[in-house]
Design a protein around this ligand. Structure first.
Ligand code: SF4
Ligand code: SF4
Ligand code: SF4
Ligand code: FES
Length: 971
């Protein structure tokens, strides 16, 4: 029987306790130093500050400019102490401990000094504590109390900064310099934590003040709105507008960001069941208290008026929606599915899981498909992003997952970033990477675009291999060729850890002169010498780590490239310890999890193949039904089958295939062909406009569950408010299964996780109680690894020996397309997330309210295009129109856009060319032509009409008018 997890019965784990600030960062030295503070003996690592040592002994020394996520600065002097045998009263934050030191933290002399310091601060500070938004959460106020300040002898009439103007330009936080004590914590947070260097202290002495950029408004500066400075500020100078408007929160719950694959932990700080602010959680193992603009501030979508709150049904997509109760909606959906299966067969329906949903929800959807639909027609949006990672890493290393923790990058000497843009797509990890780069690690970027990581402040000498889109495999083979032909391989690692026959075959293949950089130069466009230098840098580094993203996977040779990366890492022995590895940067929050949970048509949870009778037998015993032994349809196969009239119904949870999948017109045709489309989502997304049943979804704030980040780290998602529509997503799937006649019952998602643990060898040790105890767990977690496995493949590979794979370069069809002389590549931007359904409903719109086409000045000039002109982008799949932005971030011949706004139609032009092994679409290479135009494309005009119509139908608009408009839209 399953163990029922009752959150009320579970003792509060340590990570719920208030976070303590130890004043200065921890030191890791193995040499220990013993000293005495106020008569208390304490032993700490060498290099620890006296301030931190005191805090560790539970002795609180007053402080203002110090914080344990920043290096000590020593400006406020509040933390002064007396040290036996030393002159003066040194600042404890900048004084390292010494053996035998005797420290006094409290006496009359120190008290007087501290009162003096506070008096000076307060004499230049507004005395509006009672009405200040930080009242009750202000370190200046706390310190005034702690040092016993009762009066200010200097008066308040002298020169001061009380009239300084507030900067309200940032939509999420305000900057009120009248409250600033110039402690520089914000400046240091921006430098040390975020790595952006947007802030400075301008002027000297009394004139000194904090300035963003060149004394600009925050929104005009380099600021990326990560919130680190707001977090660091001990006063209300930098303050969240939500707190100013709503007041201080009164309780908090630790949960996980629902945006990207970094998986940052946050404290949702609440008033009742209303979120006041999201504060990055220091105990978060992935983010250690840092955040980006999305997780920190862009949570307002959860209560946006567009949220769907009532289930709805309709017979056909030209009819208005009819609001119904949950029971009726579920019964309607189940009856439709059953009728369709009765008429067209068991294989005529399927389901799509989402990487935005929890592990438990995803597990249930694939279970619903396999046990209630009785086929394997389940797939996930990871199909269109990281499916080649699954295939490529499983084939070579034996496990479909990244090998390291994020923290491992701090041990890397050379960081190779291939086809990824971490500062936009994985911002918190990018900040950590930049910290390592500032410490001296080398950087090699393999990407057609000059990504922002190449502009890391205080880092020089980055190598940029600006290859032509679509030539990754030629490049990775050339790098490996240099390693092997110059004798830079790690022979010991290869002999001990890799399959000898496979290695010999690969060695012969890769040494072929056709892979020499000099011969590959014509393909990639990268000078041979640059390739040789990069290969040597990586191979000769004590620790070389590779990070890659969708610029690797979303190609016709995505799987080959992933295997090529694994080959290179194995050949150089860069696997199986801290600081090395092969690390896919997963785009959405739960890409890893949705793959782990058996979303793919050929694999049950834990990547167990449906064709394996022993595997099926275990699942059949647990689920009580026979499981089909044939893999089901992948998403593109579902579309093709729908267009062919063979696939008739689809259940889509939390995914917007109409906007995110390639070749939009084909996808729309497939969706229109369905007799029943059931969409479960928090908004009327683009897919929902083609639906017959709308089941309102719940946001991450409204449910319990887990997400698994790019490090394989399972983090808890905790419900902080009731679901707006009354049900968590997992409950809806359960209801649908029951209505279809397949019994499902769970009282809490913890029971779903218990079931997963019982069926998935890599999850046997995972439970909610264990997650509460440990904070997070990196799978595998089982008897052998009860606390999980931070670094994979230390002793051996799950398949025993590493398998080198032959990765011949095959040019993409798109590369040789003469009608369309430019190559379009797509990507993301920091402020928006994926299809934008969430971020477009937040103030993040202030940074990116439309997708634009970036094109090189030379390509623009050739076409007479100026910055801001409308341009038509045409591929063999279709045409769309965007505004042009002239930029030299890409080489000539390459154009770039994002896909965050549905009306942009970025996927109208992407084609159905896809990865040979997994069908992952080739989003990164589309041959296009660009020309100046004066009106939206035909597709965009249709889109606008259809969009207006569907919004009208959602509001219950007139059926006939709606129908007429739809006919118009179809023409
Ligand atoms: S919000 Fe972040 S990037 Fe902007 S100034 Fe503050 S720390 Fe720097
Ligand atoms: S804005 Fe806040 S953190 Fe920055 S210097 Fe002023 S008081 Fe310190
Ligand atoms: S979007 Fe990613 S980096 Fe930003 S807070 Fe969320 S998980 Fe962290
Ligand atoms: S806290 Fe040490 S000088 Fe400010």
């Amino acid at each position: 029987m399953l163990n029922y997890y009752d959150p009320k019965q579970t003792p509060a784990p340590q990570h719920f306790l208030p976070e303590r600030d130890y004043g200065t960062p921890a030191r890791l030295s193995e040499t220990l130093v013993s000293l005495e503070i106020d008569g208390v003996a304490i032993t700490v690592p060498e290099g620890t500050s006296v301030l931190r040592a005191a805090a560790l002994a539970d002795i609180n020394i007053p402080k203002l400019c110090a914080s344990d996520n920043l290096e000590a600065f020593g400006s406020c002097r509040l933390c002064a102490v007396q040290i036996e045998g030393r002159r003066g009263l040194p600042a404890s934050c900048t004084t390292p401990v010494a053996a035998g030191m005797k420290v006094t933290t409290q006496n009359e002399r120190l008290a007087k000094l501290r009162r003096n310091v506070m008096e000076l601060y307060i004499s230049d500070h507004p005395l509006d504590c009672l009405t200040c938004p930080a009242n009750g959460d202000c370190e200046l106020q706390d310190m005034a109390g702690a040092v016993g300040l009762r009066e200010v002898r200097y008066g308040f009439d002298g020169e001061n900064h009380l009239d300084a103007e507030t900067d309200d330009s940032n939509p999420y936080f305000s900057f009120d310099p009248s409250k600033c004590i110039v402690c520089s914590r914000c400046v240091r947070a921006c430098e040390e934590v975020q790595g952006t260097f947007a802030l400075t202290i301008e002027g000297r002495g009394f004139e000194s003040k904090v300035a963003a950029g060149q004394s600009e408004a925050f929104m005009d500066s380099e600021c990326v709105s990560c919130g680190a400075c707001v977090q660091a500020c001990p006063t209300s100078t930098l303050m969240e507008k939500s707190v100013i408007e709503q007041g201080q929160p009164e309780h908090s719950v630790v949960t996980t960001c629902a945006y990207c694959g970094v998986g940052c932990s946050f404290k949702a700080e609440m008033q009742g069941d209303r979120v006041v602010r999201m504060v990055p959680y220091k105990g978060g193992d992935a983010n250690h208290g840092h955040s980006c603009v999305k997780g920190r501030f862009a949570f307002g979508y959860a209560t946006h008026p567009d949220r769907l709150k009532t289930p709805m049904i309709r017979e056909s997509i030209d009819q208005p929606w009819r609001e119904v109760g949950w029971e009726e909606a579920i019964a309607f959906a189940a009856q439709r599915l059953k009728a369709i299966q009765a008429k067209y067969g068991r294989e005529s329906i399927g389901g799509i899981t989402s990487s935005r949903c929890t592990n438990e929800e995803t597990y249930l959807v694939q279970k619903l498909v396999r046990a209630a639909f009785r086929n394997n027609n389940t797939d996930t949006c990871a199909r269109v992003c990281h499916s080649p990672t699954g295939y490529g890493l499983k084939t070579t290393l034996g496990e479909s997952a990244g090998t390291q923790t994020f923290d491992s990058v701090m041990q890397a000497d050379v960081i190779v970033v291939i086809g990824a843009n971490p500062t936009d797509a994985h911002p918190v990890f990018a900040s950590q990477m930049r910290r390592r780069l500032r410490q001296g690690a080398e950087l090699i970027v393999v990407d057609p675009r000059r990504i922002d990581l190449l502009k890391t402040p205080h880092h020089r000498g980055a190598q940029h291999l600006a290859l032509r889109p679509g030539t990754n495999v030629a490049m990775i083979n050339a790098l490996a060729h240099v390693v092997m032909s110059e004798g830079l391989e790690d022979r010991e690692f290869i002999a001990k850890r890799c399959d000898a026959a496979g290695y010999q075959a690969w060695r012969e293949f890769i040494l072929d002169p056709r892979h020499a950089p000099e011969n590959v130069e014509a393909i990639t466009g990268v000078p041979a010498e640059q390739v040789r230098r990069a290969a040597r840098t990586y191979a000769q580094a004590p620790n070389g780590a590779i990070y890659y993203g969708l610029g690797v996977t979303e190609h016709s040779q995505g799987s080959s490239m992933v295997m090529g990366i694994a080959n290179l890492a194995m050949a150089t022995g860069n696997i199986g310890r801290e600081g090395v590895g092969v690390n896919p940067l997963r785009g959405q929050n739960n890409v890893q999890g949705s793959c782990d949970m058996g979303s793919f048509p050929h694999e049950l949870p834990g990547y167990q193949h449906v064709g394996d009778p022993a595997v099926r037998e275990r699942f059949e015993a647990a689920w009580g039904v026979p499981i089909d032994d044939e893999p089901g349809l992948r998403i593109p196969n579902m579309f093709d089958a729908a267009v062919a009239g063979e696939f008739k119904a689809l259940y889509v949870q939390g995914e917007d295939i109409a906007q995110s999948d390639p070749n939009t017109q084909h996808v729309e045709q497939a969706l229109r062909s369905l007799e029943c489309l059931i969409v479960q989502d928090i908004f009327l997304n683009e897919t929902a406009k083609f639906a017959h049943v709308l089941l309102p979804g719940s946001s991450f704030l409204e449910k319990d569950g887990t997400f698994t980040n790019a490090e394989r780290r399972i983090n808890r998602v905790r419900k902080v408010m009731p679901p707006l529509a009354g049900k968590q997503d997992w409950e809806v799937t359960v209801d649908l299964a029951n209505a279809l006649g397949y019994p499902m019952h769970y009282d809490h998602p913890s029971q779903i996780m218990d079931e997963i643990a019982g069926l998935t060898p890599s999850f046997t040790g995972v439970s909610y109680a264990r997650l509460d105890e440990l904070g997070s767990i990196q799978w595998p977690c089982n008897e052998a690894y009860p606390k999980g496995m931070p670094t994979m493949h230390v002793e051996d590979f799950p398949i025993g020996l590493g398998q080198f794979a032959i990765t011949d370069y095959v040019a993409s069809d798109e590369l040789s397309n003469r009608r369309f002389p430019l190559l379009l590549t797509t990507g993301r931007i920091l402020s928006q997330y994926n299809v934008g359904a969430q971020t477009r409903r937040t103030h993040n719109q202030a940074w990116h309210d439309e997708d634009v086409l970036e094109l090189h000045p030379a390509d623009a000039e050739l076409r007479g295009v100026r910055d801001g002109d409308w341009v038509g982008i045409t591929s063999r799949a279709g045409q769309t129109v965007l505004r042009a932005r002239i930029s030299d971030r890409m080489p000539p011949g390459v154009v770039y856009t994002t896909f965050h706004h549905p009306g942009s139609g970025a996927n109208v032009i992407t084609t159905d060319s896809s990865d040979w092994a997994t069908n992952c679409p080739e989003y990164k290479v589309t041959a296009v032509q660009v020309e100046k135009v004066s009106q939206p494309s035909a597709w965009q005009q249709q889109f606008q009409t259809f969009d207006r119509l569907q919004l009208e139908l959602l509001r219950g608009g007139n059926k006939d008018e709606a129908g007429q408009a739809l006919s118009g839209a179809r023409e």
